[in-house]
Design a protein around this ligand. Sequence first.
Ligand SMILES: *Cc1c(COP(=O)(O)O)cnc(C)c1O
Length: 178
Amino acid sequence: MLWELEQALIEISGMEAVSLHPAAGAQGELTGILMIRAYHRSRGDVDRDEVLVPDSSHGTNPATATMAGFRTITIPSADDGGVDVAAFTAALGPKTAAVMITNPSTLGLFESRIGELLEAVHAAGALAYMDGANLNAILGRFKPGKAGFDVMHINTHKTFSTPHGGGGPGAGPVGVGD
Ligand SMILES: *Cc1c(COP(=O)(O)O)cnc(C)c1O
């Protein structure tokens, strides 16, 4: 049953593999960011100590980055509520370990410039983390893994059972790409 659920989440998310281990979204985030830290370290890429987070993000994003030992850089939103691309690309660089993006965002808006943003992330040698808390809205329409996200968590308690924020037993599976 667990294996079948993982396969379903792989299909839904477009990621290459999923682990059901983390017990909540916040725990999935920490697991995911620690995996990103391990990835950079395994390649000897040890100077990346910054994580970019849009100002619309959930508080768990900067908290996760801080717990994993990174410095959080907050990126302002553009007038339309999406990420400000100019500020985002200006902040990206050899110090960037990861960016954390929630799509649709906590403002309820789909990040329409996601292709452009993720291209810039990978060109800078960083990895893209997707906060999947709002996956319910894009189910069957947008696969984060196919869009280029490298790691994500899925709040199964928000997407598939109780309404977002409605409580209930949590589960925060993480997915990874290549
Ligand atoms: C709810 C939420 C989280 C944290 O998930 P929990 O399962 O409550 O730990 C993270 N990010 C966003 C955008 C959320 O809405």
